[in-house]
Design a protein around this ligand. Structure first.
Ligand code: FE
Ligand code: CA
Length: 531
């Protein structure tokens, strides 16, 4: 196989440009390596644009050339074939793109499905920028990016949304549209951004191609999601901080263990494909580009001295789910301590040793007023009663890794981390929880606050079953699983105000928005108070 990898420099040479040279738009119309210039086959920017992974002098700008985003035969790759295509970009200080302060060229990467992950540096801190791409006769929509404030800056306010669990088949993405309208400084994606499976029986709209399990399958799945106007609009409007949960690969997987007890090597091939497709479609730095089956996703973002976000990876490094294996189905189940003492083993890990050490070190040294841990699954203990009244714990969330949870909360308490807040997804319901030193003793210290946002569209767990468990879990201050939506946070030095927003009906594309509840966390006092 002849592999042609154009470096940025060689492309620029071909195009007659220099790395610092200003490219006039007319140059971008020159044919790029035999690729069609007039894009008669379709809009190469049909999947939109995105920005994310901000620093105090830049960000990553993303697009993917896909003039034929979804093939008629869903087993065939969508997008486009062929060699790298030259892409021009512009960055401006205004939304009308009149004051362009940066122009340049880059190239699509065929081995990454013709995506672009453009790392921009050298800009001013703490301000918005607007950007767009050009290729031949085509121009992308304008997107808005934002640099982080300088890390010592006193930032008066930060406004951000957090979202999870957008199952395309379960509903429309009105929640994404309404979040866009709030004009957030950033959006935190907590996972289950796509769903690999398919269930036509309950689908409001169908996934193309059934279950995704190959690189082509995952790529087409991301393309289908990014064609959604509400999701595409959100990415164009706000910088993304991203992590994943299980459905980006397979329901309830843990590290190399599949819920179907598939051979580890075969499952790792699937995970490799899924991670690559995730990278290809997210505004992530080259440092996150997968090598083999591994992908470095966890990262830290400082918004001046106001907030530090630790984006955590809760899937890649975790221990095998407790009491895994046939004849039980899947990786996740309720387990009692009598039947499954393995769940309580001290060496069990949710984050893996390296990430755990990185997180602990970051928390110890943080100078931020608010320390936000954004991650995939419910952290608070949640006792559930089986029909025989025996108490069980769900093995897929932090209840499957209680020793790891205790280590984290102990570390937060010992190093006096200022205002620790955990943001979680996965469970398709709203929660406001006190994270306790000892969950079995309601009088014990509340070490941190947890907010769980409901799903964008994915169906929630049975409300009556969960409500019956609440008396056994007095640290759960609020629970609601019947509604879909997102969470919106206004952060100041004094308070964190979290609004639980709900859509009127996720099965309708034009759902209205309203506020279900608002909670306030005060500086210096863990735990949410209803506003
Ligand atoms: Fe989910
Ligand atoms: Ca999940």
């Amino acid at each position: 196989m002849s592999e042609i990898r154009f470096t940025r420099r060689s492309l620029l040479k071909v195009a007659g440009l220099t790395a610092t040279g200003v490219a006039a738009p007319s140059l971008w119309i020159r044919p790029g390596f035999g690729q069609p210039v007039n894009w008669q086959g379709g809009d190469p920017f049909a999947l939109g644009v995105a920005s994310g992974t901000p620093s105090d002098d830049g960000f990553v700008l993303w697009t993917r050339l896909a003039p034929d985003p979804l093939p008629r035969d869903p087993d065939k790759p969508g997008g486009m074939d062929g060699e790298p295509v030259m892409i021009g970009y512009e960055i401006a200080t205004d939304d009308g793109m009149r004051d362009v302060i940066r122009r340049g060229t880059t190239a699509s990467e065929p081995e990454l499905a013709h995506s672009v992950h453009l790392e921009i540096a050298g800009l001013m801190p703490g301000r918005p920028y607007w950007y767009r791409f050009h290729s031949g006769t085509a121009t992308s929509r304008v997107g808005r990016a934002r640099t982080l404030p300088a890390s010592a800056d006193a930032l008066a306010q930060l406004r951000f949304g957090f979202v999870s669990c957008s199952n395309y088949e379960h509903g429309y993405f009105s929640a994404y549209r309404h979040l866009t309208e709030e004009n957030p400084d950033a959006v935190v994606f907590l996972g289950d951004y796509i769903y690999e499976g398919s269930n036509p029986k309950i689908a409001v709209r169908l996934h193309d191609g059934g279950e995704a399990a190959t690189l082509t399958g995952y790529r087409n799945r991301y393309a289908q999601y990014r064609l959604d106007p509400d999701l595409q609009g959100l990415h164009a409007a706000a910088p993304a901080l991203v992590t994943w949960d299980d459905h980006e690969v397979e329901n309830d997987y843990a590290s190399t263990w599949s819920p179907t007890f598939e051979d580890a090597g075969r499952f790792l091939d699937r995970r490799t494909a899924a991670y690559q497709a995730f990278y290809e479609h997210m505004p992530l730095r080259a440092a996150s580009r997968p090598t083999g089956a591994a992908m470095h996703l966890y990262d830290r973002f400082r918004f001046g001295n106001l907030a530090e976000f630790s984006m955590l990876d809760g899937r890649q490094y975790r221990s095998r789910e407790a009491c895994y294996g046939p004849p039980k189905k899947g990786g996740a189940h309720l387990e009692s301590d009598a039947v499954c003492p393995e769940r309580l083993e001290q060496q069990r890990t949710m984050l893996g040793q390296q990430q755990e050490a990185w997180l602990f070190d970051g928390l110890s040294h943080s100078a931020a007023r608010w320390n936000i841990m954004a991650q995939d699954v419910l952290m608070a203990q949640f006792k559930q009663r089986a029909p025989d009244e025996v108490i069980g714990y769900w093995t897929d969330d932090w209840d499957g890794y209680p020793a790891a949870r205790s280590r984290l909360l102990q570390h937060i308490a010992d190093s006096k981390v200022r205002n620790p807040v955990v943001l979680s997804g996965d469970i398709h319901s709203f929660w406001a929880n006190d994270l306790k030193r000892d969950f079995d003793n309601p009088a014990s210290e509340t070490i941190a606050t947890e907010f769980v946002g409901t799903s964008i569209s994915s169906h929630g767990p049975p409300h009556d079953v969960f409500v019956k468990c609440l008396p056994d879990n007095p640290h759960v201050n609020f629970f609601e699983s019947r509604l879909r939506g997102y969470s919106f946070v206004e952060l100041s030095a004094k308070t964190m105000t979290t609004h639980f927003r709900v859509v009127s009906d996720a099965s309708k594309p034009d759902a209205a928005i309203s506020t279900l509840k608002t909670f306030v966390v005060e500086d210096g006092r863990a735990g949410a108070q209803e506003a």
